[in-house]
Design a protein around this ligand. Structure first.
Ligand SMILES: [Cu+2]
Length: 434
């Protein structure tokens, strides 16, 4: 960790507190790195981070500097089979590829703008010189269409960070421009992890039947995503029983998201501020990742298929109408009969609940996912959006990320039906005669 006071001396690009004096003495505006960059994360025993449904940006070493190249551009993005949209991202994807580096690395990041309007990149949470902070108009001129800018700075911290434009943000974030920026510590972890996942939380106003996210929307979104995918297109998170798993979560959406994991008490261990001192770790089963924040959670994997999702229940749904009358408990048979004369196949919705509103029953507008979807080993999962499954198996090889299918529950360990009579057992019910 470095203090703000250390930083004042280090902004010129020194690597550690111990190097501050040396840099001050040399007064070098762009000092060379203390040692060459370019060691992989493996150098310090850290497993490479795995971006769900995503990828890590390759780099090259140029004179001891790690060089990355991001290209801002329009892309065709698939949220899940059956729903694609024109989005903006980096190097062909939203989110853009994860940038992964090690504390102490000197970086040069080229940013080429292939968008129809200007952009910039802000390195969110990263300690760097003011002129590298990427706020268009404040810290630099905007990057005009066709131009390439170079950002250059030395990493003086570790942690889970993000990158995003600081230019026409309302539009550029709303259509998918964002990425993760993971910095590993420059020394081995006291408590190493075996699997290191990362994902970005986001929301999209992709109105049913349309193909471009609407940037003007502030609260009323249709799609809620982990790394720009909705369930069931979100990859499961795999682990072998007993492995220590970290999930790094960043939030560049317009809502806060309480992320809930079944099956374990996880420990919240870090954020933009790096891996916290152990005295600050705390056990939770739900952690709010607020807008603009990152959070790391860690747990020791126990066998099973465990739901991992946002606990805002509308955030585990896909497109739905929010302005409709409440039909819960309303007999709509006559209305359905009348409408059915005009619209063959019309089905009244939601008399007993929304469970009927699943993939099996509903054919929505073009390019529009069912509100709830996904099928598990016991039937429809009735989820969408920010939902996936942590799959833990005894026999998974270390580093194996191939989906092992559904959990084979040991015999006798699944909830079972004991009666189909509603009077079964006659338990006490207030206001009812026994
Ligand atoms: Cu949420």
């Amino acid at each position: 960790m470095v203090s703000r006071r250390d930083m004042v001396g280090m902004l010129g690009g020194a690597l550690t507190a111990g190097a501050v004096a040396r840099v001050n003495a040399e007064s070098a505006p762009q000092p060379a790195p203390q040692r060459p960059s370019g060691r992989g994360a493996a150098h310090t025993g850290h497993v490479p981070v795995r971006s769900l449904n995503g990828w890590t940006l390759p780099h090259r070493i140029n004179n001891g500097v790690k060089e990355f190249h991001l290209v801002a551009e329009e892309i065709d993005h698939e949220f899940a089979p059956g729903c694609t949209a024109k989005c903006w991202g980096y190097n062909g994807t939203t989110p853009g590829p994860t940038i992964e580096a090690v504390e102490g690395d000197r970086l040069r990041i080229f940013v080429t703008n292939r968008l129809p309007e200007h952009t910039s990149i802000h390195w969110h949470g990263i300690l760097l010189p003011s002129g590298m902070d990427g706020v268009g108009g404040l810290s630099q001129p905007h990057i005009k269409p066709g131009e390439t800018y170079a950002y250059e700075f030395t990493l003086v911290q570790h942690g889970t960070h993000m990158y995003h434009p600081h230019a026409d943000e309302m539009v550029q974030l709303a259509v998918g421009m964002m990425g993760m920026f993971v910095i590993h510590p420059n020394e081995p972890d006291e408590v190493p992890v075996d699997r290191d996942y990362c994902l970005l939380l986001h929301n999209w106003a992709l109105r049913p039947g349309t193909y471009r996210p609407d940037p003007s929307i502030m609260v009323d979104f249709d799609l809620w995503t982990f790394n720009s995918k909705v369930f069931p297109a979100i990859e499961p998170l795999l682990a072998r029983t007993g492995e220590r798993v970290r999930i790094r979560m960043g939030n560049l959406s317009m809502w806060n998201h309480p992320l809930h994991l079944h099956g374990v008490q996880y420990v919240v261990t870090g954020s933009d501020g790096g891996r916290w001192p152990r005295a600050q770790w705390r056990s939770e089963v739900t952690e709010v990742v607020a807008v603009g924040q990152t959070r790391d959670i860690e747990f020791v994997a126990v066998p099973g298929d465990w739901a991992f999702h946002c606990h805002m229940s509308h955030h585990t749904m896909n497109a739905m109408g929010h302005g409709i009358p409440n039909t819960l408990g309303v007999d709509q048979a006559e209305v359905a009969r009348q409408i059915g004369k005009l619209v063959p196949g019309y089905m009244a919705m939601g008399e007993t609940g929304m469970a009927e509103h699943t993939a099996m029953h509903m054919q929505g507008p073009a390019n529009t996912l069912p509100m709830m979807t996904g099928v598990g080993p016991f039937g429809p999962l009735e989820m969408g959006g920010m939902f996936t499954v942590v799959k833990v198996r005894d026999d998974l090889a270390p580093g194996d990320y191939a989906d092992p299918g559904w959990y084979p529950n040991p015999s006798g360990s699944v909830a079972r039906r004991v009666s189909d009579n509603p009077d079964f057992g006659n338990p006490p019910r207030r206001g009812r005669k026994a």
